[in-house]
Design a protein around this ligand. Structure first.
Ligand SMILES: NC(=O)c1ccc[n+]([C@@H]2O[C@H](COP(=O)([O-])OP(=O)(O)OC[C@H]3O[C@@H](n4cnc5c(N)ncnc54)[C@H](OP(=O)(O)O)[C@@H]3O)[C@@H](O)[C@H]2O)c1
Length: 319
């Protein structure tokens, strides 16, 4: 009798955790009313409707196009700009409705020099970002754009590194941040500074500075389990013409189509339409396959890639 009681107690105590475990177990079957598979979030998932993207360099040529594309798609966009009025003037069109206007937030901050944004100010802006786009830059050779210390070292390396480190240090605390992706624009030639024409372009260190910025982004993302995309475009052509170069002087459009040639690493040389480049940024944010990639991009005369084709190209670039 005693043995029977003991046996019953033993069976009950063994089966109870099993029963509890079973009750919380969910069958891997998706019912019609469940969300689609793409809604399962991982730390490196692409952005999804209503996500917030913070953009540095949104008043620049590529940055303007990226911002407008994201606003049209309904994302919440926060741009960090040195001049709020200029940013709103460039980024909102006359016909934009309240739905688009309400999705744009502008934070007026400088990233360099006296009065540059504090770490706290930058963290406050990035704390609820799901993705960050960095498309900042200055001229490769000394011009008035270097005033107040805005050199390639200051903006392409120091500011970019600071953004990446601050953004991912918030994200280390998963309860406070939902950052999943950082997309950084640099340039072809960052690993080929001993070759022409990059030797000339790098005379004042712009490619070295961009390369250091890339390294900082990759290291910060690696530590925080956030996905990075490093996009290295060729010479930028097509509007908006924001640079003081021949492409602006001669208004070089770069063809009617948005076709692109993409290659892993730093392997291409040629022109890249700003609009095609901006599309690449949006794809890097939205495409499931674009996880931890670095690639160069130039334009070609073919049709723009479909989302699936971008995805296949990204798959081939993952290392
Ligand atoms: N031009 C080319 O042929 C070429 C080729 C390859 C790669 N790239 C690179 O591709 C990227 C995008 O090019 P783009 O032509 O679109 O650039 P861009 O028009 O020169 O825009 C640069 C952006 O950086 C912002 N910025 C500069 N210094 C800043 C500071 N101290 N604080 C805050 N923001 C600052 C600018 O803001 P403001 O409006 O306030 O100046 C602007 O929004 C850049 O990294 C560029 O270097 C360019």
């Amino acid at each position: 009798m005693n043995n029977l009681v003991l046996l019953t107690i033993a069976i009950l105590s063994l089966s109870s955790p099993f029963i509890q475990g079973f009750s919380s177990f969910q069958l891997p079957i998706r019912l019609p009313w469940d969300a689609p598979a793409t809604s399962f979030l991982t730390p490196k998932s692409p952005i999804r409707p209503n996500d917030k993207v913070v953009i540095f360099g949104a008043t620049g040529g590529v940055g303007q196009l990226v911002t407008k594309k994201l606003l049209l798609k309904g994302y919440k966009v926060c741009v960090v700009a040195r001049d709020e009025d200029k940013a709103r003037g460039l980024l909102l069109d006359e016909g934009d409705g309240d739905d688009i206007k309400s999705c744009l937030e502008v934070a007026q901050l400088n990233l360099v020099g006296d009065g540059k944004a504090s770490d706290e100010e930058l963290q406050e802006i990035m704390k609820d970002a799901n993705a960050i786009v960095i498309s900042v830059g200055t001229t490769a050779f000394p011009t008035t754009r270097w005033s107040n210390g805005n050199t390639p070292q200051a903006i392409d390396c120091d500011a970019v590194s600071r953004i990446a480190n601050l953004a991912t240090s918030i994200s280390n605390d998963v309860s406070k941040s939902s950052l999943r992706r950082i997309v950084l624009l640099t340039s072809v030639g960052v690993t080929r500074t001993n070759e022409m024409p990059f030797k000339i372009l790098n005379l004042f260190g712009v490619l070295d500075a961009k390369r250091s910025g890339e390294d900082a982004v990759k290291a910060a993302c690696g530590k925080a389990n956030v996905s990075y995309s490093i996009i290295r475009p060729g010479r930028l052509v097509g509007g908006p013409y924001t640079n003081l170069d021949l492409a602006k002087l001669f208004q070089i459009e770069g063809g009617a189509e948005n076709g692109v040639t993409l290659q892993y690493g730093d392997a291409l040389l040629g022109d890249c339409k700003r609009d095609a480049c901006a599309e690449g940024v949006v794809q890097a944010l939205e495409n499931e396959s674009c996880v931890d990639v670095e690639f160069s991009v130039i334009s070609n005369e073919e049709k723009a890639l479909s989302t699936g084709e971008w995805g296949e190209a990204f798959e081939g670039m993952r290392r």
